[in-house]
Structure formats: C-alpha cells, structure tokens
Ligand binder design. Sequence first.
Ligand SMILES: Nc1ncnc2c1ncn2[C@@H]1O[C@H](COP(=O)(O)OP(=O)(O)OP(=O)(O)O)[C@@H](O)[C@H]1O
Ligand SMILES: [Mg+2]
Length: 330
Amino acid sequence: MSETLLDIELRDLDGIGPATEKKLRDAGIASVLDLAVALPDEVAEKIGCSKENACAMVFVAQKALMESGLIDKEFVPAVECYEKRKSMVKCTTGSKNLDSLLKGGIETQAITEFWGDFGSGKSQLCHTLCVTAQLPVKDGGFGGGVIFIDTESTFRPERVYQIAEARGLDPIQALKNTIVCRVYNSSHLELVIKRLGKYIEQYNAKLVIVDSIISLHRSEFAGRSTLAERQQRLNNIVHHLLRIAEIYNVAVVVTNQVQAQPDVFFGDPTKPAGGHVIGHACTYRVYLKKAGQERIATVIDSPYHPYSETRFIISEKGVEDPEPKKTKEA
Ligand SMILES: Nc1ncnc2c1ncn2[C@@H]1O[C@H](COP(=O)(O)OP(=O)(O)OP(=O)(O)O)[C@@H](O)[C@H]1O
Ligand SMILES: [Mg+2]
C-alpha cells in the first residue's frame, strides 16, 4: 500500500502548484495522505488561504486516494467492509486472558484505549506491546515496528529490554524497532500526531502507542473556561489517530487517566477522563484495575465484544497470565 501511496505527490493534484505545495510542506502536510486527512479549517489557517480553497484541496486529495483505491469509496457493500476487515491483523498483549477478552488481541484499523488509576498497569502493558508487536504474524505479532509517543516521561528502554529478554527475543533488536517520541506539551503532541503518517511509513510501524493521550491537555487546559477548547483539540487528535489507523492498517493504543466522580455513591466512582470525545473515537475501551497482586481488565464500549472481565499480572515478562489457581485437594 505504501509504495502506491508514495507514487502520488502533492504537486500531481489538480489545483496545487509548486508554491502551494511548499506552503503545505512547511505546514507539515507532506503527502497526499496528510492532506486527505487534514481538517480544512486548519489547512486554511496554516497556509493562509480561504476555507473554500482548503476544502477543495482536501477534497481533491481524498478523491485521488479513492481513485487509486487506497481509501474506501464512501458507499461500499458490507461484504467489501468485511473483506477489508479481513486485512485487519491482531497482536497478542502477552496475556492470553487479555487476548481473549479482546477477542484475539490488539487490532489494526482501530484505537484501543486502556484507562485506569495510577499503577493499574497501563504503561506496563504499553511496554509489553513494544515487544509483542514485533513478533512475526505467525507468532501472534504484527511483524513490524512500534512508535511510542511518551507524554509522561515514563518510557523505560530497560523495561523493553527486560521484557524482550524474558520472552526469549533479542533485546537490542526490540529496542531498535521501538521508536520513541518524547513530547513536551499539547501543541507538540498535536504536531507529532499530524505527521504520524510519515513516521509510520519511515519506520514500518504497525503499532502506535500514545501514553497518555490526555495528560498534557488535562494539565494545560485546567478549569471550565478552557474546557471547550481542550475537548475540541482532543477530538481532533483522536479522530486523526482513527483515520491513520484505518488508512495505514496500523493499531493505535492510547492510555487514559481516571476522573473521580464525587457524586457517585454506589459502585466504582471512577470513569475515563476526557468525556465523550475520547470515548466516541476509541473502538475499544478497557478499564484496568488493581486487585492485590493481580490486575482486572474490563471491556466496555465495544462494537462487538460483550461486557466481560479478566485477570492478568505484571512480571518481568511484562503483562502475562496469573498462575492458575490451585484447587484444594479433598
Ligand atoms: N518489572 C516489574 N515486575 C513486576 N511488576 C512491575 C514491574 N515493573 C512495574 N511493575 C508494576 O507495575 C506498576 C506500575 O504500573 P504502570 O506504570 O503501568 O501504571 P500506570 O497505569 O501506567 O500508572 P500511571 O497512571 O501512573 O501512569 C507498579 O506499581 C508495579 O506494581
Ligand atoms: Mg503510566
């Protein structure tokens, strides 16, 4: 797919001359695909053209991709969706329990969100996925690289090394195929996500991890007066991620924090932060919770998974299954 993608240049599109191409490139829109998934408002603002012109450019880019067969035509028989979904690949999380909760593992063409309290295992799971995603497809991996976008400075190469070694894989190779991007503020995150297509091709990545999706926006846009802007910006990020996942057939994993609901007296008074904006774009939402030495994972909001939960543990192998409980001898 990427070979054909690279065949079409921005300047090959109707109405885009060398000057506009340069402006687009300077604004971080370097390929037809970048333009096709850009928001017209942003294109207009960045290159200083009218909104109508920006809409026309995005439309031309989308049309070019459609004609080349790279993205779906808008209306397709469900059987074609079914065929496309068959190109979807699943990757093991390292825990069979968690894999069966996810009906096989982390999927391409989707965003999987793991949310939970501090210490619930979100970052540990992300570190494990850096290793398992590199396994060949026949062994339950994606057979590709991983892009790890670290917003909380919690990525630890030593941990990826340890997990790879404990799983009998070459730790240096695992580190070579894990591309880390440390981001420092919300605008930086937005920029990196906009350029993601380029990096996915460059590093042959099959998995993109954002750990965490919300922390920067949450701390920078504190208070009610900035809530609307924060939600709008988060909305752009997650929708961009979803389009990238679908177009490039990659998996996207994001982590999210919890938000306390002080007015809830019965049941668990926590919910994922970020409100509906994140929930609507994420294909799967998995809630992680500590339970002694184990962790409980619960799937909520999935298009085809029933509500269910399972247990896993965190060990030197990263995420794995708990020892089966010994049954008491009579
Ligand atoms: N090598 C290891 N072996 C066993 N358990 C470990 C190991 N490394 C970390 N852990 C466990 O993982 C926990 C930390 O989990 P993790 O960093 O994934 O939390 P998190 O959900 O990302 O939290 P936060 O919201 O703070 O980012 C530690 O409390 C510890 O119990
Ligand atoms: Mg973490």
